[in-house]
Design a protein around this ligand. Sequence first.
Ligand code: PNS
Length: 182
Amino acid sequence: MGHKIRRTPELRRGTLKRVIAIYPGSFDPPTNGHLDLIGRGAKIFDKLVVAILRNSDKNPLFTVDERLEMLRECTSQWENVRVESFEGLLVDYARSCGAQAVLRGIRAVSDYEYELQMAWMNRKLDSTLETVFMMPAGAYSYLSSRLVCEIAALGGAVGNLIPASVESRLRERLGVAERARK
Ligand code: PNS
C-alpha cells in the first residue's frame, strides 16, 4: 500500500534545496570588490565558503593566517559566510564542503578568458560542480589586490578601495618593507 504524503505548501512548491557555494581566491589582500561579491553571494546562496588558496606559488604579501583573520573580521556581518583556507584541487575541496557551486567575479571582458578556462577545467574535473559568475558594483570593476598594493606602496590613497582594517595592516606591512630596504 503506497504512502499518502501530505502536500504541505513547501512540497507543492517543489523540492527545498540548500545550495552551498565556494568563493575561492588569493585575497592578498581582500578588497572592497571581494566584499561586494561576498555580499552578493551571501544573498543568493544558503551558505558561502570564502576559501583562501594555501598552495599558491605566488609570493604573497600577507600570510594565509593574516588573510583569514582580515576576511573573518570583514565578513562577520553575514551569518551564512564562513572563511577557510584550502590546498590542492578546488573541486576536491568543494566536494569536501558539500558545495554545489563555485562563485567567481568577472569585472571586465579581460577577466573572461581566464575565468572561462578555469570553469571549463573545473567542469572537466567534476561535472557536478557549477561555476556561477557575478559582477561586482561598477565602482570596483577596475579594482585588484595587485593594484591596491602598488598604489599604496607608491604613497597613493587606497582608503575607498579596501576596508579600513585591511588598510592599516597594508600600511604597516609596506612600512616595514620600506624600513627593511633602508
Ligand atoms: O584570486 P585568484 O588568484 O584568481 O584565484 C585563483 C584560484 C585560487 C581560484 C585558482 O588558482 C584555484 O582554484 N586553485 C586551486 C588549484 C586548482 O584547482 N587548480 C585548477 C583550477 S582549473
